[in-house]
Design a protein around this ligand. Structure first.
Ligand code: NAD
Ligand code: TYD
Length: 352
């Protein structure tokens, strides 16, 4: 399949925009079609360095809209999909679970079913890549890792909706021979992440000298991966992964939230020329997230051993680069935090 025409759903979001940029620049002979509804999390400014490229096309559309997806398949003769469009924030899923079920479960089923119908006569040289999360595996205790064999045990509306979509995608493989591949990745960080997730939210608050709302005791553990490394892994799996397979992607980089927050405070003090220790004063322990998963940790040895991927950057450096990006892109931060952001923030944090 030399001439690929790839539908990337959710390409205006955080991870999607890095995947779009990578593919547009690295594969000039591919057509990249970014299909995105532009929800609060989607932002075309994330792509203003590639949106003039002749192999890039944007379609504003909803993955729940079957006719719009079909039309896009026909217009661009889509022969591969990298599916990232989703509602992605756990806290929002606790407040509004049905929206997650609609977008993540029904939306995925819809895009996949259009692909199946359009490709029905010939699955050779086709690929449906479903981008998922390690959160489908549930919550770990102090030891152990998620492998591709770990039984699913999702515990939030977000992770359950992603788990449901993973099951549907695998069911299409087993039932129809549908040419799918799935990856389950750990927490991403980097440029262009919406400031509702831990790292950009705390950078934003430190900058404004606002309280840093640490859920519970701050002892939950996450495994952080630089978003560009996730995009590279998606590139490798898209091209080299085997149909029907699942690949875990992780940074082998576990941090307790409170330790990560303190490291971030130190970097911010340094970058902003503030007295050492001043940002830590902003830490405020608040009511825990309902059903808060304790620990995520990924074993990504299958991807390393079979496809030769590994993370390119150490976390210390990645975190400094990320802080630099947010400090150098004030306009981006200001534009995404105007509008409905304040309403969300007040609802989410004022009563904690
Ligand atoms: P994001 O919230 O930043 O972006 C989601 C994008 O999807 C946005 O551009 C939004 O406009 C679009 N979208 C939402 N609903 C849509 C719809 N109905 N139709 C079309 N477009 C729609 O999310 P993200 O953090 O970039 O995550 C992307 C994918 O990666 C998701 O599937 C998520 O589950 C998965 N993932 C994320 C992480 C992480 O740490 N952020 C880790 C592992 C996996
Ligand atoms: P988040 O970035 O929302 O990712 P996820 O819940 O998908 O892992 O949160 C990362 C960790 O930080 C998680 O343990 C929850 C915690 N957290 C806070 O303590 N305060 C906050 O304001 C947010 C958004 C998250």
């Amino acid at each position: 399949m030399e001439k690929k025409s790839i539908l990337i759903t959710g390409g205006a979001g955080f991870i999607g925009s890095h995947v779009v940029r990578l593919f547009v620049n690295k594969y000039p002979n591919y057509q990249i079609i970014n299909f995105d509804k532009l929800t609060y999390a989607g932002n075309l400014e994330n792509l203003n360095d590639v949106d003039k490229a002749s192999n890039y096309h944007f379609v504003k559309g909803d993955i729940l809209d079957e006719a719009a997806v079909e039309e896009t398949f026909d217009k661009y003769q889509i022969n591969a999909v990298i599916h990232l469009a989703a509602e992605s924030h756990v806290d929002r899923s606790i407040t509004n679970p049905l929206e997650f079920i609609q977008t993540n479960v029904i939306g995925t089923a819809n895009v996949m079913n259009v692909a199946k119908c359009k490709w029905e006569n010939d699955f050779s040289d086709k690929r449906f890549y479903h981008v998922s999360t390690d959160e489908v595996y549930g919550s770990l205790g102090a030891t152990g890792y998620f492998t591709e064999e770990t039984p699913y045990d999702p515990r939030s509306p977000y992770s359950s909706s992603k788990a449901s979509s993973d099951h549907l995608v695998r069911a299409y493989y087993h039932t129809y021979g549908f040419p799918m591949v799935i990856s389950n990745c750990s927490n991403n960080y980097g440029a262009n992440q919406f400031p509702e997730k831990l790292i950009p939210l705390f950078i934003h608050n430190i900058k404004q000298e606002k309280a840093l709302p640490v859920y519970g005791k701050g002892d939950n553990v996450r495994d952080w991966l630089w978003v560009n490394d996730h995009a590279d892994a998606i590139d490798v799996i898209f091209h080299e992964g085997k149909d029907g397979e699942t690949y875990n992607i992780g940074g082998n980089n576990e941090w307790q939230n409170i330790d990560l927050i303190k490291a971030l405070c130190k970097i911010m003090d340094d970058k902003l020329g503030r007295v050492s220790g001043s940002s830590e004063q902003l830490i405020s322990y608040v009511k825990d997230r309902d059903g808060h998963d304790k620990r995520y940790a990924i074993d990504s040895s299958k991807l390393k051993n079979e496809l030769g991927w590994s993370p390119s950057i150490e976390f210390d450096q990645g975190l400094v680069n990320t802080v630099d990006w947010y400090l150098n892109n004030e306009d981006w931060l200001n534009s995404v935090t105007s509008g409905d952001y304040q309403k969300y923030y007040n609802q989410q944090y004022n009563e904690r």
